[in-house]
Design a protein around this ligand. Structure first.
Ligand SMILES: *Cc1c(COP(=O)(O)O)cnc(C)c1O
Length: 396
């Protein structure tokens, strides 16, 4: 009725009023000089979020999936070999895209709930004595399972095998919510989107490419046109776009970057960690378990939670929506029916998270889950009371 219920899906995320207002702009001639002054700082500031100095940033009108396509078609040729691990729905879909583009995809099957297997990547790269593998593809934050992977360890695996493969990372559901370091981790292409950590509507694929990746563009034989880095770079160099830019999103991005920098990226990450820890304390208190197999794999932007044996997670998310008007993430792929997800990224505060936990508790109780009403909320409250005070003191 009021349109105020936050969504607890892991993207698209809640859009703060400040960003909705920023996206509400009258048409502007994107060929007029004014556009340059809006867009050029956006591209420059995005580098700070990717934490890259040597890389170049791109904004394409697309969702994150388009960003995957831009990454592979700009750098690879038909038949090129890529190494990928499948450990959730998003890594699965990126693999499928690579196969449909005629790449030779070496897939390492991993149990869902685990992360990028740096040791197995090292073995596969060491075994590739002809150095045919052109790129290693990693989903930094597997949104389907709530698992964050150690990208630095993957880079170390590539280096330990003395292998020239490029490293492409999907950071759609981690950039702007969790620590991401393109240059430090030796990432060649990083792919994000407007609708998660940037708190905007979907519609912009946001990428950063290293000098090596940009060089590969010159030789890449896969067909591309709309997503060609060369056309975009040429147009961006003079402050323009090769076609009509998504103006509203670019205005939104400018404001979203301002919000992230005002809070401070490290504080943004600390807030996400605090919110995620509160959710994890609630999960513990309910006696449920996360899909993520071990603590270091637990994502700070989304938690995937197994429902008890004999329950259907789809019935739970349907009920929460129908009875209380609040959306939670369904179980994707192998997790369908078995797990639901709480998205805790973007524009969220402690009290908003508490409302989500209270809602899913009511839904679970309605469906006779063996939980005690208030148990999870109380566990999260206790964490937020203590950690918020500590955060405020640290800032004082
Ligand atoms: C959301 C998401 C994507 C992109 O999905 P789109 O719907 O195309 O924006 C890609 N990878 C991950 C890990 C995601 O969470």
């Amino acid at each position: 009725m009021f349109g105020l219920n936050p969504a607890f899906i892991p993207g698209p995320t809640n859009i703060p009023d400040r960003l909705r207002a920023a996206m509400n702009v009258q048409t502007l001639d994107h060929r007029a000089p004014d556009f340059v002054s809006v867009f050029a700082p956006v591209l420059a500031d995005l580098k700070k979020v990717f934490r890259t100095e040597s890389g170049e940033t791109f904004v394409f009108p697309a969702s994150g999936t388009g960003g995957w396509e831009a990454a592979i078609t700009n750098t690879l040729s038909p038949g090129d070999k890529v190494l990928v691990a499948r450990y959730g729905m998003f890594s699965h879909r990126w693999i499928d895209m690579c196969q449909r583009h005629g790449l030779d995809v070496q897939v390492l099957e991993c149990e869902w709930g685990s992360g990028a297997p740096a040791d197995r990547f090292a073995e596969a790269l060491a075994a590739d004595s002809a150095q045919d593998i052109r790129a290693v593809l990693v989903t930094h934050n597997e949104t389907a399972t709530g698992v964050v992977s150690d990208v630095a360890a993957v880079r170390a695996a590539i280096d330990s095998a003395d292998h020239p493969a490029m490293l492409f990372v999907d950071c759609v559901s981690s950039l702007g919510s969790m620590d991401f370091r393109m240059d430090d981790w030796g990432v060649d292409i990083a792919i994000a989107g407007s609708q998660k950590g940037f708190m905007l509507a979907a519609g912009a694929a946001i990428l950063a490419a290293s000098p090596r990746a940009l060089e590969a563009t010159e030789r890449a034989g896969l067909k591309r046109c709309y997503f060609d880095f060369r056309d975009m770079r040429a147009a961006n160099a003079s402050g323009g776009f090769p076609y009509t830019p998504p103006l509203n999103l670019i205005f939104g991005l400018r404001e979203s970057l301002a919000m992230l920098f005002e809070e401070g990226l490290d504080n943004v990450f600390a807030r996400h960690h605090r919110l995620a820890t509160g959710v994890r304390k609630a999960v513990d208190a309910w006696g449920l378990s996360l899909v993520a197999k071990s603590p270091e794999l637990q994502s700070d932007s989304v938690s995937a939670i197994y429902v008890p044996e004999g329950f259907d997670s789809n019935a739970l998310t349907d009920h929460a929506y129908e009875r209380y008007g609040v959306s939670f993430g369904i179980g994707l792929g192998e997790m369908n029916g078995k797990a639901f997800r709480i998205g805790h990224l973007g524009a969220l505060s402690d009290v908003m998270v508490l409302s989500g936990l209270a809602t899913i508790e009511m839904a679970m109780k309605d469906l006779r889950y063996p939980i005690e009403l208030g148990a999870g909320v109380a566990a999260a409250q206790e964490h937020f009371r203590n950690s918020t005070a500590a955060a405020i003191q640290a800032a004082a």
